[in-house]
Design a protein around this ligand. Structure first.
Ligand code: PMP
Length: 334
């Protein structure tokens, strides 16, 4: 007899639904699809990378039983790693910038991770969370630094799971895909896989303000202006995982568009998503307008809105930032 039972936490990662977003599809005349990564057991797209990095480390002998997983993360990779660590009997140490949402910090501690908060300083500063995490791993016995930015097991997760799932769930009829990038794991793995299936699929990045990827892809140089309320995305260097991406173009999205879209999706579609997912949906509409009606366009709904309730869905915080949503329809998209 065959069963449909998955093995523990790890077995529950992936195979998320691909949701047709009715409101955006109706507004654009395209079929807009959102890969519901917020339904992963740790609540985000990063569960996949966390699992693949730990499995690879076990295979390579980079971590032994009862060892410690160390990572620098804006939150979601840490949440995935903390849960994988519990399920596999490891200790987990997370170094993160202190400007991330309180929900994510509290959650990591609740899950059992040891959290070290550091000031949000540039990558060139040795106090950047990336370097501090490496230093912490070096100072511990039997510790594995996940290094999600350069560790190709990150994008492998998406090359072997997210990409194929989107391809098959969409009936192998995809015309375009667009998403933002943090480490570049998702965009690297997914676009590499999809271009191998059909090189005609239009592959795009949408970048928040304050990130240099848009300028890198359009001019060849990293140049960033402004900042963004988005979390987990945007970067000012080319990581090994991002280098794997096969991209045709790039757009930029503003904080106003992110907030309007997040509230729009909640109100019109019952989709409660975080800032990167909202930016990705902005990108999907932009790509739909560029490709024209009748096309099938996918994006990633990276995590849920509950992780940002005190910010993106808090009227006082929004008012303070001058981001109170007002739009009735998609006219807010520039
Ligand atoms: N959205 C959120 C909320 C994230 O935490 C991350 C990971 N930092 C991303 C998107 C980007 O994913 P990736 O690291 O695969 O580029």
């Amino acid at each position: 007899m065959t069963t449909d039972i998955c093995l523990g936490f790890s077995g529950a990662i992936g195979n998320t639904p691909l949701i047709k977003i009715e409101s955006l599809s109706a507004a654009t005349g395209c079929t807009i699809l959102g890969k519901a990564e917020f339904l992963n057991p740790g609540g985000s797209v990063k569960d996949r990378a966390a699992l693949f990095m730990v499995l690879q480390a076990e295979k390579d002998g980079a971590i032994a039983p009862e060892g410690t997983i160390v990572e620098g993360t804006a939150g979601n990779t840490g949440i995935g790693l903390a849960l994988v660590a519990n399920a596999k009997g490891y200790r987990c140490v997370i170094v993160m910038p202190n400007n991330q949402s309180q929900e994510k910090i509290d959650l990591l501690r609740t899950l059992g991770a040891e959290v070290e908060l550091v000031p949000p300083v540039p990558f060139s500063n040795p106090g950047n969370f990336y370097h501090v995490a490496r230093d912490r791993a070096e100072g511990l016995e039997n510790a594995f630094w996940a290094n999600q930015f350069e560790n190709m097991a990150n994008s492998d997760a998406h090359y072997h799971t997210t990409g194929p799932e989107i391809w098959h769930q969409s009936g192998m009829t995809l015309d375009g895909i667009i998403m933002s990038s943090g480490t570049g794991g998702t965009i690297g793995g997914v676009t590499a896989y999809l271009k191998e299936q059909n090189s005609q699929i239009a592959t795009y990045l949408i970048d928040p303000t304050g990130s240099g990827l848009y300028s890198f892809l359009t001019t060849g140089e990293f140049k960033a202006e402004g900042s963004s309320i988005t979390e987990g995305i945007g970067i000012n260097r080319e990581t090994a995982n991002f280098h794997r991406a096969r991209l045709d173009g790039a757009f930029q999205g503003s904080d106003r568009e992110v907030i309007e879209m997040a509230h729009y999706l909640l109100k019109h579609d019952g989709l409660f998503v975080g800032s990167s997912a909202a930016l990705n949906a902005v990108g999907a509409v932009r790509l739909a307008r560029q490709l024209g009606p009748g096309k099938v366009i996918a994006t990633i709904l990276c995590d849920g809105g509950g992780r940002y309730q005190s910010r993106m869905f808090n009227p006082e915080w929004l008012a303070e930032k001058g981001l109170t949503p007002t739009a009735q329809d998609l006219e807010f998209l520039g």
